[in-house]
Design a protein around this ligand. Structure first.
Ligand code: ADP
Ligand code: ASP
Ligand code: MG
Length: 838
């Protein structure tokens, strides 16, 4: 019977269109065009239009949480969207319109019930989200009919029988076949196309269930199985099954052929391109293809039993985030049979599915991962199951570590290739990612390990590079362009930088796009780049004293959260620009390990302590990252660059004597012109040359930070607290209020006038300087000859005097404007353009 049927229906093909293929009216028309190129008996499976399932879920949650007004409002936006789509296609027919209107009326009624019930049951959730697919199927069928192709919708609830489990139902293949054959045979025999809403099925007692997120893939393979189709094609927004998630690894390549066992392990371990259970129904005679709807001629990936698996032992890498690692440990477990069985029995009782299991050979502990949301339930089940052992101390603990991820490295060729595991683990060790637990299936098709969630991109990229997966398979998948800029800090310098970037000639501006702006409260991110208008609005908000988290569309979180979030996206040549004034060591280190280059104007992370500064510079080097920080010293003047070039060319810098503060420069050039100290300082404040509290400048701490950054370039090993700093704030005025400080400024005038006169009598002037050598870093007041280069400095200009083995008699002097947002931003921009061009 089976073979007769196969004979008869061998030309049946199933085509599934994912949400991305049905994003809008134009996409739907493309689907119709694409189908016009196919022939034979065809069954179409549709997802909901792009993003619709997510919206329906959030609408359902809002209703259940009591916010019925929001739920109705969002539902009506969705209603409008569907109506607009059909208006823009030719599928604008009254029946279809009525179907959509009625669906949303029913949805509104369900929302009222959900609000009444006050919780969102899985049954209610499934009833609500099933609408997305059902409407999409009607739209596609109608769009086909208007082009003269006869198409008929077959609702999945009429044939796709399941175990009835809400939100994650498993199809019952045998029963589904009984219902499906009589429904489809006549339609296909008439040459009509059958259109089926994916993702949904029949539960027990006529309820609607869903097959888990991404479930329309499974609908397609179930249909292929029960109708004995020869081919099933999943039309997606990617060019095929790739060697890794392209959002993490931009170099990911297409895997032309995959064994179903490989594809199944990859999707089970998080490769989002395929529903994890979609391969179960696939029989020997059916080929599954993943193909790009945007390029219907491309072959994509072919998944079929018995395909050759030559080539790299590793085919692809996937990762599953939001996992928890549960460890059951204790000496009493040693050699006691049945502990593992009881552990997993307890979890099965709680309906919790375990994904990775690892047991040390000492049998001292068992650990396994479960989805984070199931961790609490797992712990409760285990504590109950081992209550006696825990009490007797035979089991010491049941521990849960949240926020981990499982990375799976998959390939049937690994079984034949010794040393693969060592190479995998070696590459992630080199990337300085810590492995928390490892498991290798006995089939040797899969090496899985658990890492901290945030290390996933780094680990996946490292393995991808080690096995040269970017050289395997079917060609490039992404076009490269310029660089993606992440702006950390949006104060005076950040705002000025944005203006300067906007003012660049188009050719230079077009090589970069600003994808994120971060402050201490949150971040705004747009992977395709923030528009000039959006950036203007952000800068204006910051200028008014607001913070990022208050801006609509912002994510709330620390700068470290922001970097971790961004790192998970496939940004092109990401560059983090630190123009903030906080302690950014953590986000900078995280950026480095995540493959992000750095441009730094913020002195704190490089000045604060030598170990951190070394770590940032060393990690950047070992990770092959660029790090430019010219603007930390002397704003846009080429100070760091000069020092680096001198050192690189074999010269030795013996000392640097510098006036690196515009504020101090102004103050002392005014004093030199006979102005009173109190008067000159007030003038500096009025001109905006000082911090709001000028004591921050007068204390010398800003100069000390610049000095230590220079010192470390010369090999100075001390800390900031070892720097001798002469503060110009008398100890009696350090603790008083700003107002009192200003009020008492006059009391300082006589002493300053006297000091200036003493210097002047010698032909000298006073300068506030940093004096830097390998052995010492000092910051304070110096009396220098009026005729020297430091003596002739005026206004807010900076000066740096390098004495080196080559420039010993005549020092190398760099001076020029060294303060203020405009020149600092120009220094940052210069660094940024250098990174982009490299
Ligand atoms: P559909 O439109 O059919 O629902 P999905 O959105 O579920 O398609 O799957 C495609 C997405 O899967 C891609 O956009 C890509 O971001 C992601 N993805 C994750 N891992 C991989 C991988 N290894 N190969 C291809 N795509 C992947
Ligand atoms: N629309 C459902 C989802 O977003 C099913 C699918 O697309 O396969 O998960
Ligand atoms: Mg999907």
């Amino acid at each position: 019977m089976q073979s007769a049927k196969r004979q008869q229906t061998r030309t049946i093909s199933v085509h599934k269109f994912g949400g991305a293929a049905l994003a809008n009216a134009q996409a739907i028309e493309n689907v119709v065009k694409l189908l016009a190129r196919t022939s034979g008996m065809r069954v179409i499976v549709t997802s909901a239009l792009a993003g619709v399932t997510d919206v329906l879920l959030s609408v359902a949650r809002a209703a259940a949480a009591g916010d019925l007004a929001r739920a109705h409002a969002d539902a009506s936006v969705l209603h409008e969207r569907h109506l607009r789509v059909i208006e823009l296609t030719d599928a604008n027919d009254v029946h279809l319109r009525r179907f959509i209107d009625e669906s949303f009326e029913q949805l509104a009624a369900l929302l009222v019930t959900a609000a009444h019930e006050q919780t969102l049951s899985a049954r209610m959730s499934d009833a609500i989200i099933s609408r997305g697919e059902r409407i999409a199927a009607q739209i596609v069928a109608c769009a086909l009919r208007v082009t003269g192709v006869s198409a008929k919708v077959v609702d999945a609830a009429e044939f796709l029988q399941t175990d009835g489990r809400f939100s994650d139902a498993a199809p019952d293949l045998a029963r589904t076949e009984i219902f499906a054959s009589p429904l489809f045979s006549p339609i296909l025999a008439r040459g009509e196309i059958a259109v089926v809403p994916g993702f949904i099925g029949a539960g027990i007692d006529n309820s609607i269930v869903t097959l888990g997120r991404g479930g329309s893939d499974l609908t397609a393979t179930v249909l292929a199985r029960v109708l004995a189709a020869s081919e099933v094609t999943l039309w997606k927004d990617v060019r095929g099954f790739l060697t890794a998630d392209p959002r993490i690894v931009p170099e990911a390549r297409i895997v032309a052929q995959l064994d179903p066992r490989e594809a199944s392990e990859l999707s089970y371990y998080g490769a989002k391109v395929l529903h994890p259970r979609a391969l179960i129904p696939l029989t020997l005679g059916t080929t599954l293809r993943i193909r790009p709807f945007a390029d219907p001629d491309a072959a994509g990936t072919e998944i079929a039993h018995g395909r050759s698996v030559a080539g790299s032992p590793v085919r692809a890498i996937s990762a599953m985030t939001a996992q928890a690692l549960v460890t059951v440990a204790g000496n009493g477990m040693l050699g006691v049979p049945g502990i593992a069985a009881r552990t997993f029995g307890a979890l099965a009782n709680g309906n919790i599915s375990v994904s990775l299991i690892s047991q040390a050979s000492s049998e001292h502990s068992i650990c396994f991962t479960v989805p984070e949301h199931a961790a609490a339930a797992a712990e409760t089940q285990l504590r109950a199951a081992f209550a006696t052992e825990l009490e007797r101390g035979e089991i010491d603990s049941v521990e849960v570590l949240m926020g981990v991820a499982t990375v799976a490295v998959v390939g049937v060729g690994m079984a034949r290739t010794p040393g693969t595991a060592a190479r995998v683990l070696g590459s992630i060790a080199d990337a300085q990612v810590n492995v928390i637990a490892i498991a290798q299936g006995s089939s040797e098709r899969n090496i899985s390990f658990v890492v901290n969630g945030e290390s996933v991109p780094c680990a996946v990229r490292a393995i991808h590079a080690t096995f040269r997966l970017d050289k395997v398979g079917g060609g490039r998948t992404v076009r490269r362009h310029g660089a993606d800029v992440i702006l950390m800090g949006c104060g005076r310098i950040g705002q000025e930088l944005l203006n300067q970037i906007e003012a660049l000639p188009l050719q230079e501006k077009s090589v970069m796009r600003i994808v994120a702006v971060i402050d201490t409260t949150g971040f705004i991110f747009q992977s395709r780049g923030l528009s000039a208008n959006r950036l203007k609005a952000i800068a204006a908000g910051k200028k008014r004293g607001g913070s990022i988290k208050e801006i609509s569309g912002a994510h709330i979180g620390s700068p470290l959260d922001a970097v971790r979030h961004l790192a998970a996206y496939a940004l092109t040549r990401p560059v983090l620009v630190d123009v903030s004034s906080g302690d950014t060591r953590e986000p900078l280190l995280s950026a480095i390990t995540n493959g992000i280059d750095l441009v730094i104007a913020n002195k704190i992370p490089l000045a604060i302590d030598s170990a951190s500064a070394r770590a940032i510079l060393r990690d950047a080097r070992t990770n092959g990252r660029q790090i430019l920080h010219e603007a930390t010293v002397g704003a846009g003047l080429p100070i760091i660059d000069t020092a680096e070039k001198l050192i690189a060319s074999g010269d030795r810098i013996l000392s640097i004597l510098a006036c690196p503060s515009g504020t101090m420069g102004y103050l002392f050039s005014e004093l030199g012109r006979g102005r009173k100290f109190s008067d000159a300082l007030r003038g500096a404040m009025k001109l905006g040359y000082t911090e709001p509290d000028p004591r921050e400048d007068l204390s010398g701490s800003d100069v000390a930070r610049k000095a230590i950054i220079l010192g470390r370039m010369l090999g100075y090993e001390g800390e900031l607290q070892n720097v001798a700093v002469e503060s110009l704030v008398p100890s009696t005025l350090r603790a008083v209020s700003l107002k009192d400080f200003i009020a008492q400024l006059r009391t300082l005038d006589d002493a300053w006038t006297q000091r200036v006169e003493v210097a002047s009598a010698k032909g000298d002037v006073l300068r506030y300087c940093a004096s830097v050598t390998r052995a010492s870093v000092r910051v304070g007041l110096l009396s220098v000859p009026r005729s020297s280069s430091l003596g002739s400095l005026s206004g807010t200009d900076n000066q740096f005097v390098f004495t080196t083995t080559r420039y010993r008699e005549n020092s190398l002097v760099i001076s020029g404007p060294g303060a203020g947002p405009a020149v600092t931003a120009a220094g940052v921009l210069n660094d940024l353009l250098r990174v982009v061009a490299s």
